[in-house]
Ligand binder design. Structure first.
Ligand code: RFL
Ligand code: PHB
Length: 415
């Protein structure tokens, strides 16, 4: 058995875990990341596609913005559609903020390259992962690898191991199971080798269900269709997919380009918030702490926001601020409930419900949204995401306002 020590042990090498480790490194805090899947699997999952402006700012702040700036596609607006009428919400004009189309896969590749170049400590294919002594000053993470068993002794453990991970199970049963909500629909995600048929995203409510037109590059489009939660991809041959997309996205004078479908997946729609995001020496970030339905494209963005808050708190802690970590859970939780209400609202606005009354009501809400600049401003503000607020009063009881530590970050980036 090998014994190792580090400042922070991180469970999970998804975007939350890799960004956490990278941010800690920039702040001079050491970490070891433990991942149960293979590096190839983690890097090649097909997932989110939209970065809020504050996520772009955060990734840039951590030195990961170069490729986003050259390859990310900035969208200043987004289209909402119902009853065959498409309405563009001009986010840049309304709230001065934009979104950037840049896939989670690309974020993962940027993070992985940064870590590889700097010889970061990431253990892939770990099995039998367990956590011990959380109530003490030196919690342990134990795991098995192909080269033998390892025990990592750390000051803290960060649970970045996703919705099905281990870390949330370490919260005591007395805290309850958290807040759950399941929606009566799911998504079929489609990736196709075809140029986007629209320069900006289209979210459409149609009598036969929701459809979303997104994109990955000038040659690759991403689509989603509302399906029944019990439905499977076997029921969705390519012809049926294109027909449903053309019907649900139709407006006069517009047509959908079709091409080769390269991937189909089903995505359940659910919402969840853990009872707490911190317990003893454990801190939860990303999907381990919360999930949202993908409608508002908030999952990855919320993970990035958590990491920025927690990394700053760790940096303050290791710089001597005793109380800096105490505010993380409340600040991240408050942010998350603002994200939850938007994601649920957008999901319930755009999916075809079974009740005719509810459907007509949604059409009324979308009609109002298309006419009211006040409603559009509220939508645009939430869709493009909150600006990062490093100095929430509840987050920094110490009142320390130096969050960037520019010299330490510069030293790592430029060596
Ligand atoms: P991840 O990405 O799930 O990574 C968690 C990692 O932890 C590992 N793990 C463990 N490692 C060690 N020990 C254990 N005991 C472990 N148990 C698990 C896992 O192997 C994994 O590598 O969580 P993270 O880092 O918090 O990132 C969150 C985002 O990935 C997530 O919010 C988004 O991808 C959600 N999401 C979407 N979000 C959007 O904003 N827009 C989208 O279009 C969108 N599409 C999606 C999605 C999530 C999906 N899932 C979860 C199936 C589409 C899908 C299909
Ligand atoms: C995506 O491109 O994958 C995407 C875009 C917008 C969403 C959800 C997913 O709301």
């Amino acid at each position: 058995m090998t014994r190792r020590t580090t400042d922070v042990a991180i469970l999970g090498a998804g975007p939350a875990g890799l960004l956490m480790s990278w941010a800690l490194r920039l702040h001079g805090v050491s970490s070891i990341v433990v991942e149960s899947a293979s590096r190839h699997h983690v890097l090649n999952r097909q997932r989110a596609g939209v970065l809020e402006q504050s996520s772009v700012e955060t990734l840039t702040h951590f030195g990961l913005g170069e490729r986003i700036a050259s390859e990310g596609i900035v969208h200043s607006g987004v289209n909402l559609q119902a009853g065959g009428v498409r309405h563009r919400i001009d986010c840049a004009d309304l709230v001065g903020r934009t979104i950037t189309l840049y896939s989670q896969r690309d974020v993962m590749h940027d993070l992985s390259l940064a870590h590889t170049t700097n010889n970061s400590d990431i253990v892939y294919n770990a099995t039998h992962v367990s956590v011990h002594h959380l109530a003490t000053a030196h919690p342990e993470v134990r795991l098995a690898t192909s080269r033998g068993d390892v025990t990592i002794s750390a000051d803290f453990v960060v649970g970045a191991d996703g919705f099905h991970g281990l870390s949330r199970t370490l919260l005591p049963a007395s805290m309850g199971t958290g807040s759950h909500h399941t929606y009566p629909f799911a998504w079929l995600g489609i990736l196709a080798n075809v140029a986007p048929s629209s320069s900006e995203l289209i979210y459409a409510l149609h009598n036969s269900g929701f459809a979303l037109h997104s994109m990955r590059s000038p040659e690759v489009s991403r689509f989603y269709l509302q399906i029944d939660p019990s439905d499977t991809i076997q029921h969705w041959p390519d012809d049926r997919v294109w027909e449903a997309l053309a019907t649900r996205l139709e407006v006069p004078g517009w047509s959908l380009r079709t091409g080769q479908i390269t991937d189909k997946t089903t995505v359940p729609l659910r919402s969840y918030v853990a009872p707490t995001f911190a317990f003893q020496r454990l801190f939860l970030v990303g999907d381990a702490a919360h999930i949202v339905p993908p409608t508002g494209a908030k999952g990855l963005n919320a993970a990035i926001a958590d990491v920025r808050l927690l990394a700053t708190a760790f940096a303050d802690h290791y710089a001597g601020a005793d109380d800096s970590l105490a505010g993380y859970a409340a600040a991240a939780m408050a942010h998350q409930w603002r994200v939850q209400q938007f994601s649920q609202g957008m999901t319930e606005l755009l999916h075809r419900p079974t009740s005719e009354f509810a459907y007509r009501n949604q059409l009324g809400r979308l009609d109002y949204l298309s006419r009211s600049p006040h409603a559009q401003r509220s939508f645009a503000e939430q869709y493009t995401g909150e600006a990062f607020q490093p100095m929430d009063a509840e987050f920094t009881p110490s009142g320390n306002t130096n969050t960037t530590r520019p010299h330490k970050i510069a030293r790592i980036l430029h060596r």
